[in-house]
Ligand binder design. Structure first.
Ligand SMILES: [Zn+2]
Length: 555
């Protein structure tokens, strides 16, 4: 409950501020807010999440349908093509499908063990090659595998892991100890993200990196690991064909990890505990690992969809609304339901993007700044479409005021609160708090900060380039049923539907809360697009320096 009390304080503080800055509602804003309809949203979600869209995999027939649908919607609303005379930005992709007959062999004093792909370990390579092999490479346990100078932390100190296989833990020591003085306590840092672990292992010259999966620190069950990494894995085409990455990236199930540690005469639980202390030192495991991955490599082009509503006197400045249109497609190897419909993730966000475009297009007087509606591809494959746009922007980033991301929106009804993932990161929070106040709602930080949601969706790529990015999530304080009810709904979704074929449209969904959230981000965007200010990151944000140098007047 401590969290909640603190948040009320924040809300009260924010209320004081906005009360001072309260403005009479301008009529065209009210009319636009009125235009949002749950039925319209439900219609779009049903189309996008229908079996005929085949789970909207990048570079698939499902992509063709999705792109055509989006172009049609934006054209119908009178939005201009966002990339010259095209609504599309091509995103060159390469996909690698590892042969699931791969085996992981661990040899140690007690003999050798072979583990099965999928149920006991997952592995893939990002290197664009037909075959990759690690043979009898030494295993080293490197704890959390983190090098964080700002926290005086280096798990690779005093050990040379070049050509070796590092075994490591997911999340960070702050989560493990719940010590607010360690990293950022229960709030996952980027160091806790699996993406960081593989990046750091590559910098250290390791041949392979295997993360031990545990549901709590990972934030999702083993089924999500198995489901997300089997089959075709996409990546952006990179100059070095990813040869600078470790040869093999992967996860060990907890059971497999325990077996490997025990076989090596090591106690996993004792070492895991020690890994969260400053005294930790990497531990050679006197065992070796071997694995060969045979890959099918496919090059393809997917598309981001861009539509623009030109502004008035500041038309060369852009506010971005974004949502990823892709999901996991169809898995022909599955029994029964093979289609990952992705209704909540992210047909709701795409439907929301279209409805925001409709509301802004309904304004009699266009806003001063232009609006870019950006539907990105390959989010599920590693935030690829947004990474491509953020590094190949159609509109200059110094002229990009902010990015507002919509991903997996609220389907459970009206909430008295609203969640900001990464609350405190930027001045955009004040805009949102003001808009929430106008709705009689209050702002809360992420109720599950240990899950690292700020790093798990497309706004993160804009943030990395310095553009202030807002990621609003549904509240949990249901106006009728309260918090526990909503948390139970969220848990059920994560366990039963998240990244599974069961994420399907449900006619019993209550989309009135989603309408509230769209009105909220509409208010934020309307205000930003009507101003000349450039909101910035907060002083302690790791992204501020990038923005400041980008915005600094050319000398
Ligand atoms: Zn998503």
């Amino acid at each position: 409950m401590q969290g909640k009390h603190a948040v009320r304080m924040i809300a009260a503080g924010v209320a004081l501020f906005t009360a001072a800055g309260c403005r009479p509602e301008d009529p065209q804003l009210s009319a636009a807010l009125e235009s949002f309809s749950a039925d319209q949203l439900a219609g779009a979600i049903q189309v996008l999440a229908s079996d005929s869209f085949e789970g909207r995999a990048p570079s698939s027939p499902g992509e063709e349908k999705t792109i055509a649908y989006l172009e049609g919607q934006f054209e119908e609303l009178g939005l201009a093509p966002g990339n010259g005379d095209s609504y599309l930005q091509e995103v060159p992709l390469v996909s690698i499908t590892a042969d699931p007959r791969a085996r992981l062999t661990i040899r140690g004093a007690g003999g050798s063990m072979r583990f099965a792909y999928g149920s006991e370990f997952m592995a893939w390579t990002k290197r664009v090659v037909d075959r990759v092999s690690v043979r009898d490479a030494e295993l080293v346990f490197v704890g959390y595998g983190i090098v964080a100078p700002e926290y005086g932390w280096n798990d690779y100190e005093g050990i040379d892991v070049r050509g070796k296989v590092v075994v490591l833990l997911v999340n960070d020591p702050g989560f493990a100890t719940q010590d607010t003085a360690l990293f950022t306590g229960n709030t996952m840092t980027y160091y806790g993200r699996w993406t960081y672990k593989y990046e750091e292992a590559a910098r250290q010259g390791a041949a392979a990196a295997l993360i031990v999966h545990e549901t709590d620190p990972a934030g999702y069950p083993w089924a999500v690991v198995e489901g997300s990494w089997k089959g075709e894995q996409f990546d952006l085409v990179r100059e070095d064909n990813n040869m600078s990455r470790v040869a093999v990236e992967g996860w060990l199930s907890l059971e497999t990890a325990r077996t490997v540690f025990t076989q090596a005469g090591l106690d996993y639980d004792v070492l895991k505990e020690r890994a969260a202390s400053r005294e930790f030192q990497a531990v050679p495991m006197s065992a070796t690992a071997s694995i060969t991955l045979r890959n099918a490599v496919r090059r393809s082009t997917s598309r981001n969809v861009l539509a623009v509503l030109p502004g008035g006197d500041r038309a060369d400045e852009y506010l971005v609304y974004m949502a990823h249109w892709d999901h996991f497609g169809r898995d022909p190897a599955m029994e029964g339901d093979q289609i990952y419909n992705g209704a909540r993730d992210n047909a709701t966000g795409v439907a929301g993007l279209i409805e925001l475009a409709r509301a802004f297009a309904s304004l009699e007087t266009p806003t001063r700044r232009s609006l870019l509606f950006l539907a990105v591809t390959a989010e599920e494959q590693g935030l690829l479409g947004s990474a491509y746009y953020a590094t190949n922007p159609v509109y200059p980033l110094p002229k990009t005021v902010a990015a507002i991301n919509l991903d997996a929106l609220n389907v459970w009804g009206r909430m008295g609160d609203v969640t900001v993932i990464g609350l405190g990161n930027s001045e955009l929070d004040d805009y949102l708090a003001d808009a929430a106040r106008a709705q009689g709602r209050w702002v809360r930080p992420d109720p599950e900060p240990e899950k690292g949601f700020y790093f798990r969706s497309d706004h993160f790529n804009f943030a990395k380039q310095g553009v202030p990015a807002l990621y609003v999530d549904e509240g949990i304080d249901h106006v009728e049923h309260g918090e526990a009810w909503t948390l139970a709904r969220r848990e059920e979704y994560t366990a039963e539907r998240y990244h599974k074929p069961a994420d399907e449209y449900d006619p019993s969904w209550d989309l009135t809360g989603l309408v509230d959230d769209l009105r909220l981000v509409f208010r934020v965007g309307y205000r930003l697009a009507s101003e000349s200010t450039f909101p910035n990151w907060s002083e302690r944000s790791p992204f501020k320096a990038t923005r400041d140098s980008m915005m600094a007047p050319a000398r």
